[in-house]
Design a protein around this ligand. Structure first.
Ligand code: FES
Ligand code: MG
Length: 593
């Protein structure tokens, strides 16, 4: 590739002879901790390290260590590293939900990348929303950018069982409800799933979104699956640092990598790995910020038919270490390329194509990473449903258990549909308060519905849709009921969960019209979900509908509610996608003095 094509952006701060006054002012403060004029004025690329780790963000915390190896790599390649903090986003720690903070961290990153003397950036990612937030910001500003994920935690164990992040909570709660665990054992079992630094070790949102980053071409090949504590993790941190300096010289920016083909690759990968239901909104958000058309229905069209190849919890049985040893994402992409399902010509941050990087890669453990001949499940993508309850919602049909199919979906001529009586909860508090209320008469023919949990209602969309049945039903062996909601879902259950319903109830979506006792029919064949009600009754309910009074507790909640859209379109700040290729389009901002 060519050498430096143009003057570095950072020289407009640090070495501008036309404006010595401002140059001195920009320089002197970055000298005050020991950087030298030679470093800042000799045309070395200045590389930001967007630090998402902190004590508040345990899933990403070891990026504080990894950043040292990134810096070593940047130095070795002739760049100057400058590390800066990113607004923390901790999935398990932030109330009311970390989803509220994705767009806030995005906004912050855009301002930093655009307003400071940076020529390129290493995006440290890991915990769920950190990955999309960083990619969304990089997409908007369009400086050379590369993802360094932190990697999953080591595999978790509890009393001889393999226990994985998130999924363990479901099993532990089931055992607690069934009286098989006491409170202390319950906590021990859940904590057993988190044995080291790193992000969730299941194929939850963190592993999924870091796989999305790699499938999009935004990280070095093989990066996503390396467990956080492994030496290979620190080694790829070093390589990532080296590579970003070359990317600056090559002017290799996100807009050259994040093409429509890259997004189609991400969708196909999502199915093959059994990715989290959070991927569609996050990936659509990234697409919107780079200006690529990507519709929620594309997930069904492109991804539905792809089989599940990765045998990892929650859909399968292994965790991150086995997955990494079996070959990680390159083995999956290699198989997708052999099957003609993947755009091998899509570019990656390495400067080489997906095909050049992954074409020969194969699984070295055929049980952990399967082939198309022996998948874990067929049709592993998301079905996108619509009807009078919502304009879209997604569902992973591959996780529907045989038990559920036998009970509800084996009627001759109607094998793809089920019906149930709706039990409506106004939010997770209402669910916890009333789920064991015997007057609700919840039986195995019910569908649990939760509303007011979308981006505007909650605020930030909460992961609350998969709800356990009442304790009494669990004791009878009914561990799952179908669930529907305008929030998101954490993990997977064996019953159908219909999630991310858009538009949400709080803005007048169809779920707002639903009443406990209504019958809902879900038909997978025609991708529909409807309240069985006649048009006139539905219209009358709509006319009588009053939207809930939403109380903003912080200034950001108010701004978020004013600007954020629905999950089906990525829940982005709706004023933001019009800002594209900001660094190129506007040059550097005005001087600050
Ligand atoms: Fe942070 Fe899962 S909670 S990665
Ligand atoms: Mg989560």
């Amino acid at each position: 590739m060519s050498s430096t094509p143009k003057r570095l952006r950072s020289t407009q701060w640090f070495d501008n002879p036309d404006n010595p006054g401002m140059t001195a002012l920009y320089l002197e403060r970055y000298l005050n901790y020991g950087l030298t004029r030679e470093e800042l004025q000799s045309g070395k690329p200045i590389i930001g390290i967007a630090q998402t780790g902190s004590d508040l963000s345990p899933c990403n915390r070891h990026h504080l260590e990894l950043a040292k190896r990134v810096s070593d790599g940047i130095r070795a390649a002739g760049g100057v590293p400058i590390e800066f903090p990113v607004h923390p986003i901790q999935e398990t720690g932030k109330r009311p939900t970390a989803a509220l903070d994705r767009n806030l961290a995005y906004l912050g990153l855009v301002e930093v990348l655009y307003g400071y003397p940076l020529d390129g950036v290493v995006l440290t990612t890991g915990c769920d929303k950190t990955t999309p937030a960083m990619l969304m910001g990089a997409a908007t500003v369009d400086l050379p950018s590369i993802v360094l994920s932190g990697g999953p935690m080591l595999d978790g164990h509890f009393e001889g069982e393999l226990v994985g992040s998130g999924t363990v909570v479901w099993e532990a709660r089931r055992r607690l409800a069934a009286g098989q665990l006491d409170y202390d054992k319950f906590i021990d079992m859940v904590a057993g799933s988190a044995p080291s630094v790193g992000h969730c070790n299941t194929m939850g949102t963190a592993s999924s979104m870091n796989a999305m980053a790699e499938a999009l071409g935004m990280s070095l090949p093989g990066c996503a699956a390396i467990p956080g504590p492994y030496r290979e993790r620190a080694q790829i941190a070093y390589e990532t640092g080296k590579r970003i300096v070359a990317m600056v010289h090559e002017d290799l920016r996100p807009s050259k990598i994040l093409t429509r083909k890259a997004f189609e690759n991400a969708i196909v990968c999502a199915s093959a790995i059994g990715a989290s239901t959070n991927c569609p909104p996050h990936v659509i958000a990234i697409a919107r910020h780079i200006g690529v058309e990507l519709d929620i229905k594309d997930w069904d069209r492109i991804g539905y038919e792809i089989p599940l190849l990765v045998n990892m919890m929650p859909a399968g049985k292994y965790l991150g270490e086995s997955y990494y040893r079996a070959g990680g994402l390159p083995a999956v992409i290699g198989e997708l390329i052999r099957q003609g399902k993947f755009h091998a010509d899509a570019l990656t941050v390495s400067g080489r194509s997906m095909g050049e990087e992954n074409a020969g890669k194969r699984s070295i453990d055929a049980d952990v990473i399967r082939s198309f001949d022996d998948p874990l499940a067929e049709h592993a993508g998301f079905a996108v449903l619509s009807g009078n309850l919502f304009s879209s919602a997604i569902m992973k049909t591959s996780v529907i258990s045989e038990e559920f199919r036998d009970r509800y979906m084996r009627r001759p001529g109607d094998e793809d549909a089920f019906e149930g009586r709706a039990i409506v909860f106004e939010g997770p508090e209402d669910y916890h308060h009333r789920i064991n209320d015997p007057t609700l008469n919840i039986d195995e023919n019910c569908i649990l519905v939760i509303r007011n949990c979308g981006p505007i209602g909650y605020p930030g969309s909460a992961e609350v849709v998969n709800m356990l049945p009442p304790d009494a039903l669990v004791r009878q062996g009914v561990n799952q009921l179908p669930c529907i909601g305008d929030g998101r879902q954490s993990g997977t259950s064996g019953s159908p969960s219909i999630l991310n319903a858009s538009p949400e109830s709080a803005v007048g979506g169809g779920l707002a019209l639903l009443k406990t006792g209504d019958v809902i029919r879900v038909d997978l064949k025609d991708r529909s979900a409807n309240i069985l009600i006649d048009e006139a009754d539905l219209a009358a309910r709509r006319a009588a509908l009053t939207l809930p009074d939403l109380v903003n507790q912080t200034p950001w909640q108010e701004i978020h509610r004013r600007f954020t859209g629905q999950l089906e379109t990525g829940a982005v700040l709706e004023n933001a996608p019009q800002y594209q290729r900001v660094a190129e389009r506007f040059g550097v901002p005005r001087d600050n003095h």
